[in-house]
Design a protein around this ligand. Structure first.
Ligand code: PEP
Ligand code: MG
Length: 585
């Protein structure tokens, strides 16, 4: 009988294929050399330091990956590599236990991975796989054979099953052969999910450790829409999934053919559908996917994996290039560092709760130079783009600057006074005025902290637009860490508590005549589209792959019906009831 396992839907689509179990690990322990006297600790330590330097250079190169999520993970690997604990432990194993460089590395990496696995905190427990990944690199440099199976040779129609995947694993996947991924752990907002989503591979995570005991080779289905993973599938169920998969693929192809046209509802309301971009590639692909612009540029990738922040000139050139590549709108979010996104050259004090700590705007107000340089660079790029002499052929692009993690009105006022102040450098040109009107740019805020939604009426007059960040809003409203798979299903952006805050934000913005966008991941789920529009959201900014399908969904809607649906959803008492309501339409 068909066995259905319930996990969390992390990347949409349906994958049908043969199960391949991926269980990486370090090679068997390296036996200590029988003759201890044959080990020259100084020589072994030098051998280790040479391997260490090679891996460091390798990771430095990988850190520069234009995909910020990939770069970020390699930056984290590099931080582990450079940590004193690793170096001290290996040194002690060589000098005190007379182990060879390879045996000492194997022992220390295994011990460190076990230590991390034992942490109760899911985030740290999940880092064990990063430590093993790093160990593989060091041992390769030290000439050791590894047990990590190659993923490059996977046969066509593979469903990959693993505990978790590192970005090194994902980077070597033959994406044409892997039709679905099922993970025992991880969450929909983890790096692996975000990368799988951008590669168009359906993914279900948080399926639990029993997943790893399944027999390889059997037929399996990954349903990335519903978060199901199926094995032992009987013929009728398989037939249903095959036809669902065909429909899903056909809908995607059809949607892409119409993606370049604007999305109007049946009753004539235009809904701009923009893309979220995490890398320069996604900005440059946004037009061909039919996006009406970039509604959220996560600029963290510009700041991570380097020793100093990008200069004014570098940022100005980058933003100027982006303005030429997008349709109609470019919304650049100010650096959103802190929380789970550390930036090496910004001093982060140890925080017990980094998501409730100095992140986003709090960090920028503590380091106003970062804010000022980013703003002035964007403003100069926007100013140049508005000059018809410099850009004769270019249709006007609205350039927006967006502040993350706003929780009080004072933060906006502080930002305004910093941006209106005379720039401290004579060597960069920041067009500032005495008035509150910042020229060339619209200034807006993310609504992702409950307090901001609750006082949206007071914040609306201070800004030009709102963009609702449901990824964070849901985690803060429901007090459930978005990176922790044990509670990740609680942070449902369709929970009525979140919907009430979205609605309240829209009402406040409408009264002040300001537009509201929504850029959390839920904006890319067609199930939610009628509800979000009914609550009063004017624009949606979605993962790039979802632009065509969301445009297609909008074209099928009627605003009066959307509003009725929103009223009914606001009266629900649970996320499950909202989802059931949406499933009926
Ligand atoms: C959000 O919080 O919803 C959001 C879009 O920002 P990020 O996922 O980058 O925190
Ligand atoms: Mg956020």
């Amino acid at each position: 009988m068909t066995q259905i396992m319930q996990g969390l839907a992390a990347a949409p689509g349906i994958g049908i294929g043969a199960l391949h179990l991926y269980r990486p690990g370090l090679a068997a322990p390296i036996a200590p050399t029988a003759d201890e006297a044959a080990i020259d600790p100084q020589e072994e330590w030098q051998t280790f330091l040479t391997a260490h330097a090679h891996v460091d250079a390798e990771l430095e190169e990988l850190e520069a990956n234009p995909n910020s999520f990939v770069g970020e993970i390699f930056a984290a690997h590099r931080a582990i590599l450079q940590d004193r604990t690793l170096l001290d432990w290996v040194q002690a194993a060589i000098y005190e236990e007379h182990l060879s460089a390879a045996a000492a590395t194997h022992k220390v990496i295994s011990n460190l991975a076990d230590l991390f696995r034992s942490f109760e905190d899911e985030y740290f427990a999940g880092r064990a796989i990063d430590i093993l990944d790093l160990g593989q690199r060091l041992l390769t440099q030290l000439g050791e054979a590894l047990s990590r199976p190659q993923l490059t040779q996977l046969p066509p129609q593979t469903i990959l099953v693993a505990e978790d995947l590192t970005l090194s694993d994902l980077a070597q996947l033959p994406v044409d052969h892997v039709v679905g991924i099922a993970l025992a752990y991880s969450t929909p907002t983890a790096h692996s999910a975000i990368l799988a989503r951008s590669q168009g591979i359906p993914l279900v995570c948080a399926l639990g450790p029993s997943l790893l005991h399944l027999l390889p080779g059997q037929n399996a289905v990954v349903d990335g829409n519903e978060g199901h993973f199926l094995v032992n599938i009987d013929a009728a169920v398989m037939e249903r999934y095959s036809s669902e998969q065909q429909e899903y693929l056909a809908a995607g192809v059809l949607a892409l053919t119409h993606a370049h046209k604007p999305a109007y509802t049946r009753d004539g309301v235009h809904v701009p559908i923009l893309a979220n971009a995490n890398s320069p590639q996604e900005v440059s692909q946004s037009r061909s996917m039919g996006a009406d612009g970039i509604g959220l540029l996560r600029t963290e990738y510009l700041f991570q994996g380097r020793a100093i922040p990008p200069s004014y000139d570098e940022q100005r050139a980058t933003y100027a290039e982006f303005i030429t590549q997008v349709n109609r709108q470019l919304t650049v979010r100010a650096l959103d560092a802190g929380g789970d996104k550390p930036v090496s050259y910004i001093v982060h004090h140890r925080e017990d709760n980094p998501f409730l700590g100095r992140r986003g705007i709090r960090l920028l107000l503590a380091e106003p130079e970062l804010l000022r340089v980013q703003y002035c660079a964007l403003q100069a790029a926007a100013h140049a783009a508005q000059d018809p002499a410099q850009n004769p052929a270019q249709a006007p692009v609205e350039v927006r600057f967006m502040l993350p993690m706003i929780s009080t009105a004072e933060e906006i006022l502080s930002v305004r006074s910093i941006l209106n102040a005379t720039p401290p450098h004579a060597n960069f040109d920041c067009d500032t005025t005495e008035s509150d009107d910042l020229p060339h740019l619209k200034l807006g805020i993310m609504i992702e902290v409950p307090s901001a939604a609750l006082i949206a009426a007071s914040l609306a007059p201070l800004v030009d637009f709102f963009s609702i960040g449901t990824n964070d809003l849901a985690q803060y409203v429901l007090a459930s860490d978005r990176t922790n798979s044990i509670v990740a299903n609680l942070a449902d952006p369709l929970h009525p508590a979140v919907l009430h805050l979205i609605y309240q934000t829209c009402i406040a913005a409408q009264a002040a005549g300001k537009p509201v966008s929504l850029c959390g991941e839920i904006a890319g789920d067609p199930l939610a589209t009628p509800l979000l529009l009914g609550l009063g959201v004017n624009e949606l900014s979605v993962p790039l792959f979802a632009v065509p399908i969301i445009k297609e969904t909008v074209r099928d809607l009627d605003m009066a019906h959307c509003r009725q649906l929103a009223t009914a959803a606001l009266a629900c008492s649970s996320a499950a009831a909202v989802r059931a309501l949406l499933a009926t339409i």
